[in-house]
Design a protein around this ligand. Structure first.
Ligand SMILES: [Fe+2]
Length: 279
């Protein structure tokens, strides 16, 4: 279930910076409707939840500008059809993913969320005892070499110059209330995460898996993918589907949800992604 709020109402109430964190602890997926398109609105809301994931150095190189990543279905991306946890390849994966619909045709693809905390809670006790000691390597390229060996690696998306200027303009408007941190990438085989983890804001246990998890510490590659996919399948039964409208800002807990693009890409959909790290 995705909790809905009208942006104008939220803005008019001038909610404290703690209000959204408290709301996200109660409703792990929230959509604000009719948010204006300027990035500063999305960034201001995100900054109240924690530090943002940064991309490029600020002037002087002492701090980072938040990443404003544009994701468009104009380029078919086979990877986001799979359940995944954004930046699970990092030592500290994003706590919240926020997606803003710059453009959303009525027949564009939905975003699907699977509640893997509820899924974990429903696993048989014997299975839980078995997986409690599992650790998995997460690495984007290594995972894609294993899972998508039949696909030519996609060329990196062209650098969108306007994003840097938009981030700079937002920093100027929002000042020190907005902090961004660059995530360090790890060499193959990647970051080793415990498969069963606890989400700090909600206190719920969940499974940390998704597309970037490619190998279990105690198994070979082929057996790992099989075991990881079986566990994912067992945990993704409960969830929600968000059907996009232009101006939607979807915010969800990226730890206790896996997410993916739904079927159907007939209509154009352009989303702007900002990630939030734990506070
Ligand atoms: Fe994603």
């Amino acid at each position: 279930m995705i909790h809905e709020i009208e942006f104008a109402q939220w803005d008019r109430q001038r909610q404290s910076r703690a209000a959204l964190s408290a709301l996200m602890a109660r409703h792990p997926a929230v959509v604000l409707r009719n948010v204006p398109p300027q990035p500063r609105h999305q960034l201001n809301i995100c900054a109240s939840l924690g530090p943002l994931v940064g991309k490029t150095p600020d002037w002087g190189g002492r701090s980072y500008l938040p990443e404003l990543r544009i994701e468009s279905d104009q380029r078919i991306n086979p990877y986001n059809r799979l359940w995944h946890c954004d930046t699970s390849w990092a030592q500290t994966p994003a706590q919240y993913t926020t997606l803003y619909a710059l453009d959303a045709a009525h027949n564009c693809a939905a975003t699907e969320l699977a509640d893997v905390a509820t899924g974990f809670a429903a696993l048989p006790k014997a299975y839980v005892r078995e997986i409690e000691c599992w650790r998995a390597f997460h690495h984007v390229l290594r995972s894609r070499q294993t899972r998508f060996s039949h696909i030519e690696p996609a060329a990196p998306a062209p650098y969108a110059r306007s994003n840097r200027w938009q981030a700079l303009a937002a920093r100027w408007r929002l000042g020190s209330t907005m902090r961004a941190v660059k995530l360090a990438e790890t060499a193959p085989p990647g970051v080793l995460h415990q498969v069963v983890a606890t989400d700090t804001p909600t206190g719920r246990q969940y499974v940390l898996l998704g597309e970037h998890a490619w190998c279990l510490e105690h198994l070979g590659e082929a057996a790992s993918v099989e075991a990881l996919d079986a566990l994912t399948d067992a945990c993704v039964g409960q969830g929600a589907v968000h059907r996009w409208r232009k101006g939607d800002l979807l915010i969800f807990n990226n730890r206790i949800h896996l997410h993916r693009r739904g079927d159907g890409v007939e209509g154009r959909r352009t989303l702007r992604r900002v990630l939030v790290l734990p506070a």
